[in-house]
Structure formats: structure tokens, C-alpha cells
Ligand binder design. Structure first.
Ligand code: SF4
Length: 307
């Protein structure tokens, strides 16, 4: 099977170099050599710049995990970042997105935090269609705590703490989310920065909850799926004749194979998606954002009798 990288928009990036440099950090990133987090951070920076989103117009929210070590090293000049509790970043990010829809909200979390500690938050974010981009870093293990099995670790593969392997089947993240009637589901590979940039750009443009699973290499602890394992298995859906990303059933079928022919790209998108705020009857016709409506309120009269 042939795998062709899209041609990145180098000229536009060069034209916007000043804005791009604001996302870059002079601080040393502490990820292991060859870690897929480098590619994901790079693709996100590029996607934001190419979509014309400046550092003061985005809030980047990080869960706990190896990826979270990038939280103080992105958008260092005039940018906003939030480092949340393990498995809970979707809730914090959704709150920010609903309070101030004028800024773009991006949340990132690992496979451990998302599918063991915080799956309830993911489920209701998808159902509610909160207006935000969510990036799942799926490195198939808990890297930050030295390589324990996660809900995405391949069955039977030995990890620290489970040397005989775990007996459970791994969760297929995209299939799981597609089962919730989402509005946007995509998959990318951490070491293909150009393709991932395109996928993240589509997610940033989406009106609703954009779920992007990034298959992330972890050369230190995940020896089951190292970088070379992926390359000849990746199949961009936009190179499949007749693939229709508006067809949920087709997307679910495409998401299944995680071993031989792994589909990447925008698997599903509802281009008529209506986000959570737009659905709320109580917000109809209101031009202000919730942050504009915050005001001092004297609760003394309310609590007076109970003091
Ligand atoms: Fe990256 Fe794995 Fe190292 Fe964590 S342990 S920084 S995920 S290579």
C-alpha cells in the first residue's frame, strides 16, 4: 500500500514566522529521545498558526501524563495554558470553552487519563458537543509512571507491573467515540507531522467537539508498536476511493483495524454540527459570552437567616 504525505503549507508558515515563533519555547523539552510528543506539539503549533489563531486567542489545556510536560513550554509569549488533574482536563477545558467562545480551546490527555480515570468526562463531552478540540495521546501505556499497562495496551504484551501481559482486549478509541454519535472523529500518527497538521486544522475549524486520536510512539516503554511498525500500515481515508466521511457506519468500519491497515485522517464529520451553546434555548439571541455577564452579587440577603 502506498502512503503519501500531504505537502505542508511551508510558504504560509514562513509568512507567519513571527506568530509561529511565539508558540516556540526556548526551554528544553524533557521528553525521551524519539518520543511522539515532539511531533504532536509541532503539528499543533503549525495548525494553530495556519488557522490564524494567535497565542492570545487560544487556551491550551493539559492533563497529567508525559504530554503534560509540554504545558509550560508552548505559547510562552502571551499565551494561556492550564495543567489540570489526572483524567479531568475535559471538564475544565469545556468550562472555559463555554464561558468564552471567542477563544479556541484545545485539550490534550493521554490514553490512561482519558480511558481509565476520566472516560465519563469524554462520554458527556462528545454527547454535549462542547466547542473544543481534544487530542488523545495514545501511546498505549502510562509512560509518566514508567510504563504500566493502560486500557489501550495490546493484549498479552508484557509491561511494567504486568510482566505476563494483561488479559483484556484494548479499547479502540475511535470506535468507542463513534459509538456515541459524535460530530467529529479523526486519527493521526505522531511521527507524520504534515498529515497530523492537516487533521488538527480540520479539528480546529470544526463547530463542536472534535476528537482526534494520535497514535503516539513511546520508544522508552512501548516496544510493541515502535515507529517502523506503523509506517506501512497507515492508510489515509482520503486516499480510499469512495470513502465518505459523512457516513457514520463507514467510519465505524474504517476505525476497526488497528493491526494491519490502520485508517488515519478525518474518519467522520458532521458538517452541520450544532454545538452545545447553540443548542441551549436559554442562550438564543444573546450576543454576550458568559464571561461578559459575570457581576458582583450580594448573597447576604439569601444566606442571612441561616448565618
Ligand atoms: Fe515519551 Fe514514552 Fe518517554 Fe513519556 S516515557 S516521554 S511517552 S518516550
Amino acid at each position: 500500500m502506498s502512503y503519501q504525505n500531504p505537502i505542508p503549507d511551508y510558504q504560509l508558515l514562513a509568512d507567519r514566522k513571527q506568530e509561529y515563533m511565539k508558540y516556540e519555547s526556548s526551554q528544553k523539552l524533557t521528553w525521551c529521545e524519539g518520543c511522539g510528543n515532539f511531533g504532536i506539539q509541532k503539528a499543533l503549533e503549525r495548525a494553530l498558526v495556519l488557522e490564524g489563531i494567535t497565542t492570545n486567542n487560544v487556551l491550551m489545556c493539559f492533563d497529567i501524563g508525559c504530554h503534560g510536560n509540554g504545558s509550560d513550554k508552548i505559547a510562552g509569549i502571551g499565551g494561556y495554558t492550564l495543567h489540570g488533574l489526572h483524567g479531568r482536563i475535559i471538564s475544565a477545558a469545556a468550562g472555559a470553552a463555554l464561558a468564552n467562545p471567542r477563544i479556541k480551546v484545545v485539550a490534550e490527555a493521554g490514553d490512561g487519563g482519558t480511558f481509565s480515570e476520566g472516560p465519563g468526562h469524554l462520554i458527556h463531552a462528545v454527547r454535549s458537543n462542547y466547542p473544543m478540540l481534544f487530542i488523545l495521546h495514545n501511546n498505549e501505556n502510562y509512560g509518566l509512571t514508567t510504563g504500566q499497562a493502560s486500557a489501550m495496551t495490546r493484549k498479552g504484551y508484557p509491561m511494567n507491573g504486568s510482566p505476563d501481559g494483561v488479559g483484556a482486549e484494548p479499547i479502540n478509541a475511535c470506535d468507542f467515540v463513534l459509538g456515541l454519535k459524535p460530530s467529529f472523529v479523526a486519527r493521526a500518527f505522531s511521527n507524520d507531522v504534515s498529515h497530523m497538521t492537516d487533521v488538527l486544522r480540520a479539528g480546529l475549524r470544526h463547530n463542536g467537539f472534535a476528537f482526534v486520536e494520535v497514535l503516539q510512539t513511546c520508544p522508552t516503554y512501548n516496544k510493541a508498536t515502535p515507529e517502523p511498525w506503523y509506517w506501512d500500515k497507515l492508510r489515509p481515508v482520503d486516499q480510499i476511493k469512495g470513502y465518505d466521511a459523512s457516513n457514520l457506519k463507514m467510519a465505524r468500519e474504517a476505525a476497526q483495524d488497528m493491526d494491519k491497515e490502520i485508517k488515519v485522517g478525518v474518519l467522520y464529520q458532521d458538517k452541520n454540527s450544532v454545538n452545545f451553546l447553540e443548542r441551549l434555548p436559554g442562550r438564543k439571541g444573546i450576543k454576550t459570552a458568559l464571561v461578559d455577564e459575570v457581576k458582583a452579587f450580594d448573597i447576604a440577603k439569601l444566606i442571612g437567616p441561616y448565618r
